[in-house]
Design a binder for this molecule. Structure first.
Ligand SMILES: Nc1ncnc2c1ncn2[C@@H]1O[C@H](COP(=O)(O)OP(=O)(O)OP(=O)(O)O)[C@@H](O)[C@H]1O
Ligand SMILES: [Mg+2]
Length: 193
């Protein structure tokens, strides 16, 4: 394992989660009743609705070997580990991610895809699915909206895999979801224009 034990631990910040304080308790309950199997979770909803805390809580309660890859980490690891003079070890890092009990992409909607990043993400997902390892996601975007970030070549393949192999859990239904979704879409359009 090139990924250290410390990197696989739930951060102290998330260990302090009290389920009663979460803004969407019913979504938290859906996450916490997830049972082990090849179908993971895709938790989506507005910022602050408790997605990350709920998934971290589930991971912490089970003691699986898990790695959390946040936001742009996947892309930045790829760049850093492959550039000449960089830290190297991309294949080992990827191999660790392939074989974990649980891989957790926190805030996947923040992931910026280069062509290489997209195809590595696609094949990582495919490897885990074919070997029946579950993957968890949190995202501010629905699966289809997330798919809009992906190029035509990979969009259908990636979104189909997530749809078939992740149970969607929508967070923030008690919030003003429609407005918030529109707001998030506008933010993303601005950010990725
Ligand atoms: N100690 C706590 N225990 C439980 N919930 C908390 C606690 N402190 C804050 N919260 C709630 O958790 C929410 C943030 O949770 P979390 O970070 O999981 O949101 P998120 O949906 O992942 O947001 P983002 O999309 O921005 O990452 C806050 O809006 C607040 O309501
Ligand atoms: Mg989060």
């Amino acid at each position: 394992m090139v990924i250290t034990k410390a990197e696989r631990d739930v951060p102290d910040f998330y260990k302090k989660t009290d389920p009663k304080l979460l803004p969407d308790y019913s979504a938290f309950e859906m996450v916490s009743t997830w049972t082990w199997g090849p179908v993971g979770l895709y938790c989506y909803g507005p910022s602050g609705s408790g997605k990350s805390r709920s998934v971290y809580r589930l991971i912490e309660s089970q003691g699986w070997d898990t790695v959390v890859v946040t936001g742009n980490e996947f892309q930045s690891e790829l760049v850093e580990r492959n550039r000449p003079g960089g830290i190297g070890g991309w294949d080992d890092w990827l191999s660790d991610l392939r074989h974990l009990d649980v891989l957790y992409f926190d805030d996947v909607s923040k992931l910026r895809f280069s062509d290489r990043c997209e195809s590595e993400f696609h094949s990582l997902l495919d490897y885990r699915i074919t070997h029946e390892y579950p993957t968890f996601f949190t995202s501010e975007l629905s699966i289809d909206d997330f798919g809009q970030r992906i190029s035509d070549d990979n969009r259908a393949g990636i979104t189909r895999r997530i749809k078939e192999f992740c149970q969607p859990v929508r967070f923030g239904c008690g919030m003003n979801w429609t407005d918030n979704e529109e707001y998030i879409r506008q933010q993303c359009e601005r950010e990725f224009a």
